[in-house]
Design a protein around this ligand. Sequence first.
Ligand SMILES: Nc1nc2c(ncn2[C@@H]2O[C@H](COP(=O)(O)OP(=O)(O)OP(=O)(O)O)[C@@H](O)[C@H]2O)c(=O)[nH]1
Length: 515
Amino acid sequence: MALGFIKKIFTFGKDTATEPKPEAEAPVVEQQAAEPRAAEPHIIEPAPEEPAAASAPLSVDEERDALLEEAEAANPEADYHISEDVEPEIYPLPHAPSLPVTEDPVVPAEMETAGGPAGDEAVAEPEAEPVPVEEIVADEPAGSVEELVEEIAAAHVETVEAEAPGELADPVLEEAIRAERPLETPVLPKGFASSEKAVVEEAAPVAQPKRTWFQRLREGLARTSSQLTGQITSLFTKRKLDDDTLQDLEDLLIQADLGVETALRITDTLASERYGKDVTGADVSRIMSTEITKVLEPVAKPLELDLNHKPHVILVVGVNGTGKTTTIGKLAAKLSGAGLKVMLAAGDTFRAAAIEQLKIWAERTGSDIVSSKLGADAAGLAYEAYEQAKLKKSDVLIVDTAGRLQNKAELMAELEKIVRVLGKLDPDAPHTVLQTLDATTGQNAMNQVEIFRNVAGVSGLIMTKLDGTARGGILVAIAAKHKLPVYFIGVGEGIDDLEPFEAKDFAEAIAGVGA
Ligand SMILES: Nc1nc2c(ncn2[C@@H]2O[C@H](COP(=O)(O)OP(=O)(O)OP(=O)(O)O)[C@@H](O)[C@H]2O)c(=O)[nH]1
């Protein structure tokens, strides 16, 4: 059902995805503030931001202002002022909903903490109140509370409303969104799963023929596969299977980054079937494909979203250049294409280009985005993004992070702090910690998992740049060693070049079976 819409998004992004062009001096915020669009069909908005009633919980900006005032009183020397040219763009949010809103909307229980107008019950609920930032950072080392508050104030956080992602292809989805009611049965794109039972994963299988994806996977892995199968074929030309050929094969498989464990699985199986007999390259490929499938099957899992959390927080980590930002864009495209409300957080505050790049992806995918100025505290930004996502009832918040391993200690401290701050806003957050790995880096990717796993509690992987590399075998070695779920693989720079990870397809593509 969502597939037609996803395809539209893909087509839309395809032309421009390869070379994103930042709009240099024209912040998206200003454009949108100046030209509010008449209709935002995909946004389920709360009522317009009106002054909160005396008994209502503080809005995010009031909450933050109060915190900043307190911090200022405690330390009059510090400058906690938020620059005026930025503040009006943020609070109230620049986009006022144009959809009709009932006077007293009933907010579902899981959305009560959003801070918007709610029914009596919601107002009475104590847990609906936002958690003060000072509590959030209470466990931080001495002095860090003030620092964080100061940094949040200095962050010039800006929230950009989503662009409409285009016409909705699904009339049921469209009707639900126009009626401002949540979908009872969220329809997730392929590669995602929900912990709620009532999820339809793929409603229109004919719309995207498997062959297309399979062909693309094969094209992507062609270098890995042709190098490996070429060597195997020449190894077994007119040779019976003996200890020497088995040793040569083992070396070859290890050189192809498959890892010792998988190499041994393959040679052991081959030996048990064909020792002393003639062996062809096709025999080896078949066994390779079967054994690699066995290694990969336990890790080929959909990315499970718990939509009871609003938002479900996905923290994306990884060394810089591994494709974090691009992958976030691709994920956002899938999710917003399926009708979910997505908020992005430009938590890579270390690189201006990363912030700009994410803004472009937000525009392209119809996602909201919270960003800050360069060098701002990333945990503070994550805090703001979470609050904004709550306020706007986003289904999913995806947080980008910096990945500069050159300054490892600082980076790790920053990641730990982001995880801690999110965990205090929602004890289960971040609900998913995704690590991106660049397949072209081979063995290096293995070490990267080790590092980020310990610091950020990585819960799943996405391997990027599998197109055009001869080192795709590393995914197998990583699966065998770390046993972490692999949700998607990146096979290009375009918006639709992210595919759910399928063990058998991948194994066959690497082994050159069925080509
Ligand atoms: N060929 C190919 N290129 C990719 C893929 N994923 C990302 N890229 C490219 O890799 C480069 C780095 O990607 P980014 O998304 O900027 O990586 P990052 O991890 O966010 O990097 P920093 O912002 O420096 O931390 C970009 O040129 C992307 O277009 C992929 O699956 N295949």
